[in-house]
Design a protein around this ligand. Structure first.
Ligand code: HEC
Ligand code: HEC
Length: 78
């Protein structure tokens, strides 16, 4: 499991209950999961990695604002 921190918090979230999974927000993992691609954000995004923005959240969270994005799940401390 590569993204354990993200996974653990997502696993306890309402998004899981509602069936919104990693690929629902980030696109089809099979397109960008090659390790060389994953490690390179630009290459990963070219290959189909999506970092969802507010427009996406607003499909369900009508009043979403930018402060909500980091709350989608936990993140590794940088
Ligand atoms: C509700 C939509 C959503 C779901 C579901 C979701 N993510 Fe994310 N993810 C985001 C957003 C939004 C960001 C960017 C956060 C920011 O801007 O601070 C992000 C960022 C990331 C990052 C970049 C590093 C970091 O932590 O910021 C990784 C890795 C990641 N997600 C992995 C995952 C994995 C693995 C899953 C499934 C277990 C997952 N995400 C599920 C929305 C989501
Ligand atoms: C397909 C619909 C859908 C999308 C798209 C979606 N969410 Fe959610 N989200 C939900 C539902 C349903 C809940 C649980 C009910 C609620 O709290 O409104 C939830 C709950 C949350 C919560 C917890 C709120 C709480 O009070 O516990 C956060 C934070 C969150 N979403 C962030 C995001 C972010 C950030 C994005 C965009 C990257 C996003 N969501 C996209 C459906 C969605």
């Amino acid at each position: 499991m590569c993204h354990r921190i993200q996974y653990t918090s997502w696993n306890e979230s309402k998004h899981k209950t509602k069936g919104l999974d990693c690929e629902g927000c980030h696109g089809n993992g099979g397109d960008y999961k090659a390790i060389g691609v994953m490690k390179d954000r630009v290459a990963a995004m070219k290959a189909g990695l999506i970092l969802p923005g507010l427009v996406f959240c607003k499909k369900c969270h009508v009043k979403a604002d930018a402060s909500m994005l980091p709350l989608a799940h936990a993140h590794k401390t940088k």
